[in-house]
Design a protein around this ligand. Structure first.
Ligand code: PEP
Length: 254
C-alpha cells in the first residue's frame, strides 16, 4: 500500500502563512515522491479553501482537522462533511487526543464522525493513543483496543479500505519524546489484528500511521517497521524544510 504522510498544522498559520507553507512544499518536494508516498496537509478550517486553490492540480492532498457529523442545521460553529468536500478535502482527522482532552470529544462522537465521513466520501484519519499514566500502568493495548473498537462500531466492510488509523501515544505528542520503533510496531500490529477481526483481509490495505514527535531524524526507523504505513506530523510539519525532509527520508526506506 502507498504510505501517507500528513502534516497536522493544528491552530497554527493564518491564510498567508498557510498558503506560503504549502507553496514551499510544492517547490521543495521532488515530483517522484508522489508516486510512492501520499502527502497531505491539514490546515485550520479557514485556510482550507485558500490552500485548496493551490493544491487542487497538484498531488498534495487536503485534510481537515475536525468535522461535525450532521448534514446541516442549527449547529453554530460547526462544519459539515459537504462543506469539507466543497473545499476539496480528501481526508479528515478525527478523535485527535487534543480534541478528546480539551474539547470533550467522546468515543461516541468519534464513531458518528467516522461513519458520516465514510458515507460522505472523505477518508477519516482516526487518532488513538494512550496517556503516560495508562502506559505505565500497562494498559496501552486495552486503551487503544477500546478506542479502535468504539470508533469503528457499525462501519461497513465495504468502506473499510478508506479508513486510516493513526496511533499517537499522548505522551509523545509535542513532547519531543518519540516512541521507539519497536514500541510503536507492537501497538500497530495489535491495531492491525483488531482490523482483521473486524474487516478480514481488507485490514492489510488499511494504513496505520504513527504520530508523536516525528522528525527528519527519526522517521526512517519508524517507517522500516512492518505495520507503520506513514506518519501524522504536528510540530515538524510547520516548516517546509523539516516536513520535506521527513517525506524524503521516508522515501529512502520504503
Ligand atoms: C499530532 O498532534 O498529531 C502530532 C503528532 O504532533 P507532534 O508531531 O508535534 O508530536
Amino acid at each position: 500500500m502507498k504510505p501517507l504522510i500528513c502534516g497536522n498544522w493544528k491552530m497554527h498559520k493564518d491564510v498567508y502563512e498557510a498558503t506560503s507553507l504549502v507553496k514551499g512544499l510544492l517547490v521543495e518536494l521532488p515530483s517522484e515522491v508522489y508516486r510512492r508516498i501520499e502527502v497531505a496537509v491539514a490546515p485550520s478550517y479557514v485556510c482550507l479553501y485558500p490552500v485548496h486553490l493551490i493544491v487542487e492540480d497538484t498531488p498534495i492532498f487536503l485534510a481537515a482537522q475536525n468535522v461535525y457529523y450532521e448534514k446541516e442545521g442549527a449547529y453554530t460553529g460547526e462544519v459539515s462533511i459537504g462543506m469539507l468536500k466543497s473545499v476539496g478535502c480528501s481526508y479528515c482527522i478525527v478523535g485527535h487526543s487534543e480534541r478528546r482532552k480539551l474539547f470533550g470529544e467522546t468515543d461516541t462522537a468519534v464513531n458518528l464522525k467516522i461513519k458520516a465521513l465514510l458515507d460522505g466520501g472523505i477518508a477519516p484519519i482516526l487518532c488513538v493513543g494512550e496517556t503516560l499514566e495508562e502506559r505505565e500502568a500497562g494498559k496501552t493495548l486495552d486503551v487503544v483496543g477500546h478506542q479502535v473498537f468504539e470508533a469503528l462500531k457499525g462501519v461497513k466492510i465495504s468502506s473499510a479500505k478508506d479508513i486510516v488509523v493513526a496511533y499517537e501515544p499522548v505522551w509523545a505528542i509535542g513532547t519531543g519524546r518519540v516512541a521507539h520503533p519497536e514500541q510503536a510496531q507492537e501497538v500497530h500490529a495489535f491495531i492491525r489484528n483488531i482490523l482483521k477481526d473486524l474487516f478480514g483481509d481488507l485490514a492489510n490495505d488499511i494504513k496505520i500511521l504513527y504520530g508523536g514527535s516525528v522528525k527528519p531524524d527519526n522517521i526512517k526507523g519508524l517507517m522500516r517497521e512492518r505495520d507503520i504505513n506513514g506518519a501524522l506530523v504536528g510540530g515538524a510539519s510547520l516548516k517546509v524544510r523539516d516536513f520535506s525532509e521527513i517525506v524524503i527520508n521516508a522515501l529512502e526506506v520504503i
